[in-house]
Design a binder for this molecule. Sequence first.
Ligand SMILES: [Zn+2]
Length: 564
Amino acid sequence: MSQVKVEFNQYYTYDRLTEFLRAYAAHYPEFCTLSSIGKSYEGRDVWAVTLTNQATGPANSKPAMYIDGNIHAGEVTASMACLYLIDYLLNNYTSNRHVKKLLDDRTFYIIPRANPDGAELYLTTPTMLRSSVRPYPDWRLQEDPPGLYPEDVDGDGKILQMRIRDDARGAWKIDPVDDRLMVARTPRDLEGPFYHVVTEGVLRDENGELQKEGFWPFDPAPTKYGLDLNRNFPAGYNPLTPGAGPFPLSEPETRNLVEFINSHKNIAGVLLYHTTGGVLYRPHSTMPDKDFPGNDAAMYEVVGKLGTEVTGYPVVCCYGDVWSGVLDDWCYEQLGLFAFTPELWDLIGRAAPEFKGKGWRLSPQDRQQLELALLRWCDRELAGQGFIRWHKVEHPQLGEVEIGGWEMKELRQNPPPRFLEAECHKINQFAISYALALPEVAIDEVSVRSVASGVYDVQAVVSNHSFLPTNISQMAIKQKAVRPDAVHLELTEGMTLVNCQAKQEIGYLDGYGSSLHRWGSNPGRTSRRVRWTVHIDEAISEAEVTLRLISQRGGTVTRVVKLA
Ligand SMILES: [Zn+2]
């Protein structure tokens, strides 16, 4: 089979994505396996890719990085970033020493498209939707309320905006600086033209039929796609949060993810890819930093800085936002994992950095400046594409209207195709730094000393050679999500232990990064010495014991030692 060739200058439908994942598994069987973690609402398999070098040990014996993407339907950059990481790791094993180290000593669990149904609707129709395709609230299964339904009226494959002239009542006017933009009318604006600005669409009655005629005012119909899967997780879940669903994990997509994460106990780091904004969100949305146990809040920042260093994206704690039921909160509060939610694609950071992060808090004047800056960026970088100019259309119900507006799918919500690959590359440098930082245990020294006839003293020094501690966080200990590390001595026929246990629990091993916020006074406890006394029957001439160091999140290593 020839090399798997994937272009990162377009967004792939489910079938194409599946084809690529199958090809990777077929082409790199020693590094890559493909499995389904369960079905989506519409019955699609949700794919998980496991990456590790099988020759150096099975996936579950190594510390693992968990990465998923595209739980929000339209955030298709996220699944492309996951696909890029798979491609990057598999194609650079021999040429990049970081990649070699990661495939040899770590496992990656990557779920590129957590919500395949929503992404498919987004990619193959003009529809915009937040998340799942299951109608919600539940009455939407029976009922279609009257109102304005988003639809591609002029048949250009996009749902944009309609401006409808109404000089008496219109709230919008054409921007005198750039006639593509609509700006808010002020009390001093007495003479039109003024407009209503609404989503491109058609008016339907309570039976779902097209209304014969349309009159102002009319309301947008509430969306049928009212779920938000990333409000459905059992952490700070609140049924009143928009889109939260009827109860935690009510949806197959969220249940699949939680079951997968919970059953892979070696997961030690978590990244959840979304768009947009160019920030690295971190928990907790309902628990302030001061309530994090121990130094967890400081360590969260330390890990996040690994991301900021390589992406330029700041770490932003989402406490105080109205979110609840989000997956990164669940990963931290239940499992003590430092989960991040990177928001990929930083259009505002590129076009108008002075407005970055201000979001909905912008005044109408600032919003106008921001939109003008975005237009200038499109004119410069995309030769004017990105904004579809207003054009007259005969609307079936409203008569003459004009349709135009921002390209949403491949500009505002996701990068235009030629910016996609760079975005995928950048965020995955964080994945690589983070994965390198995961704990990694080792048996450093073993000594055997004969203390009496047939009696041996066996000692070993075991350590964590990496940045993060084997427990990852204090929360993990508090929640009993991580077992203490232990060293097991396995004997063979004719051997007995003298006054000691085969299994010696050693607690948790610090990483070298643990000392970073202690100002040098305490280097941390990155090593332990363990000790056994072994008695051997006289009949045995060649005696061997096996030391096995088992760390849930730091890996499993073994060493065979000769006694006599
Ligand atoms: Zn999102």
